[in-house]
Design a protein around this ligand. Structure first.
Ligand SMILES: CC(C)(COP(=O)(O)OP(=O)(O)OC[C@H]1O[C@@H](n2cnc3c(N)ncnc32)[C@H](O)[C@@H]1OP(=O)(O)O)[C@@H](O)C(=O)NCCC(=O)NCCS
Length: 250
């Protein structure tokens, strides 16, 4: 399939068979402790168009000629523009049959455009888009390591930078009593250049994720655990998150 045959568009109807196919793909592509219940995402679609607050988007991707065929759903991305903060991409997933064809890249690009449009509508700035990802443990299976490599290459390709130096502790959605889930953060600088993300701005971006998204404040276990004494989070090329070498051309 040619890359330019893939189209991305916004889902607005929970009863649309394409949206329902996205729910199935969501549960197939993400581990239970990495995802919120799909029904929460459905509920957010019902509220699309509200003037204030988060502007949430579920984007779908499929070949142009099969945009109404649930079997042809190639991928989805879900996230929100958070006024006064930035863009937050919660989830992205691509069907097995559609991987390595540029669908993930297309979905990221469509999401960045949606964030840009939201910022303009809200007359706000868009300093960055941030997203999280779960890095497998060193003894993970080859399959899990391959998915991590795929993620990091995708993040690199779309201009994402890795926040090296911390594990962002998030709640375990699969088990209320389970251990926090340590996540790696990735950031795409938008209105600001990468060089403008000094230590204070990187820290403010992470603070904002805890406070605006997870409602964690200083003193909370997840917040404090994210910032152990002496940590110095900073932006580095995404590839370093998978131990890949940097290639410089002269
Ligand atoms: C990660 C995922 C979204 C990638 O989607 P995709 O459509 O295959 O990605 P693209 O085709 O746009 O490829 C982007 C980059 O990733 C690389 N890539 C994709 N799959 C890869 C794989 N299995 N191994 C190594 N690299 C891979 C591509 O080669 C490309 O890199 P390049 O430009 O350096 O060549 C997809 O594998 C997936 O859905 N995985 C399961 C769910 C998931 O992990 N979601 C992300 C949660 S944060």
């Amino acid at each position: 399939m040619l890359l330019d045959q893939i189209q991305c568009w916004e889902a607005t109807d929970v009863n649309d068979p394409m949206t329902q196919a996205a729910g199935r793909l969501y549960e197939q592509t993400l581990a239970p402790d990495e995802r919120i219940p799909w029904v929460w995402i459905e509920k957010s679609l019902e509220r699309v168009g509200r003037a204030a607050g988060w502007r949430k988007h579920l984007l779908l991707a499929a070949p142009a000629s099969r945009q109404t065929d649930p079997a042809a759903l190639a991928g989805y991305a879900y996230g929100a523009f958070i006024p006064g903060y930035g863009g937050y991409l919660c989830y992205v997933g691509v069907a097995d049959w559609a991987r390595r064809m540029g669908v993930g890249t297309r979905l990221f690009e469509a999401f960045f455009r949606a964030m840009d449009a939201d910022a303009q509508t809200a007359d706000d700035s868009l300093p960055f888009v941030v997203w999280e990802s779960h890095r497998p443990s060193p003894d993970a299976s080859p399959a899990d390591r391959e998915v991590w490599n795929a993620r990091v290459r995708l993040f690199d390709r779309v201009g994402g930078l890795w926040v090296e130096g911390i594990d962002f502790l998030s709640p375990n959605f699969a088990d209320d009593d389970g251990d926090p889930v340590p996540l790696q953060l990735f950031v795409k600088p938008m209105d600001r250049s990468a060089a403008e993300f000094n230590d204070a701005r990187v820290r403010a971006m992470i603070d904002g994720l805890h406070e605006r998204v997870y409602r964690n404040d200083p003193g909370d276990e997840l917040y404090d655990g994210t910032f152990p004494p002496g940590c110095r989070p900073r932006l580095v090329p995404a590839r370093l998150a998978a131990g890949m070498k940097l290639v410089f051309s002269v």
